[in-house]
Design a protein around this ligand. Structure first.
Ligand code: NDP
Length: 257
């Protein structure tokens, strides 16, 4: 028995922030394989171009939009460009993120604002700018990228944890606010995934690699392509009655001791 097109994204358009690398590119690849056209958003032009080539190779239309997601005017211009180039928007993935790893007492106010703005305020700015497009499409999907730090604490990640806890709670508020518009808003909570971000973490936090491996029931670090399936599910009609959830994608890390 087939799935009756439940997971088919043909004719849909998705914005993926930070879709030019790491988990975001894994998500973009998944959405493209399900048929969605993709706008990848990030700052570095070279990475954007490479992602566009790769996504076009999957048979969909793709565009790279250079935009700093902490900048409200740039985010508004990004949404306008998506509308101009694709004529609609159905799926917004707020995935761009960063981290500054220091003890809380050593964080500068600048570090704090950089992390909060990149990880949390950006989700608000992008959601706000994209809302008229999602509404005009008759409904849509917002997927926000949280973290294990949405639910756990770490001594070296106070700003990051605050931002990711905020992303999860923001998702719940947004889900309640936009349900009448047929917009579902969900949050994914990645476990430990092998990307540029965590390469740096493994260099900076001694023993991290081994501790994660030992605690993760799946017995491995995650890969960006582990996010393709969950993204398609949360971006498609298959999840139309699911909103406001925070879904761990973590190989069991969050249910193990
Ligand atoms: P990467 O560093 O590979 O990806 C981060 C992406 O965000 C890059 O593509 C970067 O593009 C983009 N980005 C960062 N700042 C901005 C900005 N100001 N404006 C626009 N784009 C920006 O890391 P990951 O793939 O690991 O991280 C992706 C998300 O997943 C983050 O939100 C992260 O917190 C979250 N996450 C990751 C985990 C992991 O284990 N890897 C675990 C839990 C959550 P560019 O540099 O071109 O701007």
């Amino acid at each position: 028995m087939g799935t009756g097109g439940l997971f088919d994204l043909t004719g849909k358009v998705a914005v993926v922030t930070g879709g030019n690398g790491g988990i975001g590119l894994g998500i973009a690849r998944g959405l493209a394989r399900a048929g969605a056209d993709i706008a990848v958003v990030g700052r570095r032009a070279e990475k954007l171009e490479a992602a566009v080539v790769e996504l076009e190779g999957l048979g969909v239309r793709a565009a790279g939009i250079a935009c700093d997601v902490t900048d409200e005017a740039a985010v508004a211009a990004m949404a306008a460009e998506v509308s101009e180039r694709f004529g609609r928007l159905d799926i917004l993935v707020n995935n761009a993120g960063t981290s500054v790893r220091k003890a809380p007492q050593d964080l500068t106010a600048e570090d704090w604002h950089q992390v909060i703005d990149t990880n949390m305020t950006s989700a608000f700015l992008c959601a706000k700018a994209c809302y008229p497009l999602l509404k005009a499409a008759g409904g849509g999907k917002v997927i926000n990228n949280g973290s294990m730090l949405s639910i756990f604490g770490a001594p070296w990640n106070a700003a990051y944890g605050a931002s990711k806890g905020g992303v999860m709670q923001f998702s719940r508020s947004l889900a309640t606010a936009w349900a009448p518009d047929n917009i579902q808003v969900n949050c994914i909570l990645p476990g430990w995934i092998d990307t540029d971000l965590t390469k740096k973490a493994r260099q900076q936090v001694e023993g991290l690699h081994e501790r994660i491996l030992a605690r993760t029931p799946a017995g491995r670090w995650g890969d960006p392509d582990d996010f393709a399936g969950v993204a398609v599910f949360l971006a498609s009609a298959a999840s139309d009655f699911i909103t406001g959830v925070a879904l761990p994608v973590d190989g069991g890390y969050s249910i193990a001791i």
